[in-house]
Design a protein around this ligand. Sequence first.
Ligand code: FAD
Length: 357
Amino acid sequence: MSGESGQPMNMGAEPGGKHETDVIIIGAGPTAIFAVFELGLLGLKAHLVDILDKPGGQCAELYPEKPIFDIPGFPQVTGYELTDRLMEQSAPFDPVYHFSQLASKFDRLPDGRFRITTDVDTEITASVVLVAAGGGSFTPKKPPLDGLEPYEEGGSIHYAVRKMEVFRDKRILIAGGGDSALDWTIFLSPIAKSVALIHRRDGFRAAPDSVAKMEELVENGTVEFHVAQMKSLNGEGGQISSVSVESKTNGPYDIECDMLLPFFGFTMKLGPVASFGIEFNEDDKIEVDTEFFQTKEKGIFAIGDIANYPGKLKLILSGFHEAALFARGAFKTINPDVELKLGYTTSNKALQKKIGV
Ligand code: FAD
């Protein structure tokens, strides 16, 4: 998504399809993105799956504007800025992001490789899997309205935008005041029949750039903005026709729409990784060795908040160290007979070529 730096939105890969790569990474939090860089230095490619519609994990979702003070070399950096920097650093290695997708199925193939299938049937096959799932997958918070289910099943309510085409020529109501609500208001307005945004107050918890763009769209009449609370859903057969709302100034009224997109944030739940046959300890963490951060199963590694070992500190800087050693483990798994030497990025021409220097 657009982030504080105003970088363009990274939509990630189209949902569906079959992909083959060296490493599948579950999660696109800070440690996962840095793992892309470390893998890239060793010539390995990665696909990352995250249920969020943006990279950065907890940094981007839970504290995007808060300064972090313990990242080496950055006396102070916000969650957004750190994510943007990590994305920039790993970009030369062309990682493929599968955003707004849940890694929901895990298969061990007869040839020794692994396959992850997402909830929208994207299949990714690789020799190495890295679980960088943090505290688990972010699960959308639902609006406190009765009778959501038939409309969710009927395709009238969406908690994420997976394919923009689904919203073409539709009357859309977007609810919320954070980055996702504002970004999708901006990005869907050119293709939707109409876009209305509803938020309980006239103030937003989003990047200033996105707020300014949204206000411009409201001013020029492209987007309708309602300061109001949603009260009930109207429609039949799973197809929404309007949402009844109430505002302090205008009282109760209805907003006509074909689709409702509530963006009310997320809670973290361990989610499907618990059923992948990977051993978890009693604290729902994965025990790993400290040489390569490999789990008990060859080819499956874990780093970041989800990984545990004696002395583990759940800090971003620990995840970066784990990423560097994991990458060497991944290399050895894929190239068991190739000797791996340590190279310095300051002086090693082959590494600099990979980075694009
Ligand atoms: P996460 O950032 O948790 O990312 C994991 C990602 O995996 C998530 O986006 C999740 O959606 C995704 N995922 C999981 N399962 C699935 C699945 N099945 N399918 C698809 N996606 C999935 N650390 C510091 O070092 N310094 C600080 O000052 C600091 N301040 C913090 C302040 C707050 C308020 C919080 C909450 C944390 C703070 N932390 C801090 C901790 C830091 O954010 C975490 O250590 C770090 O985010 C862990 O990174 P990660 O990559 O392991 O996982």
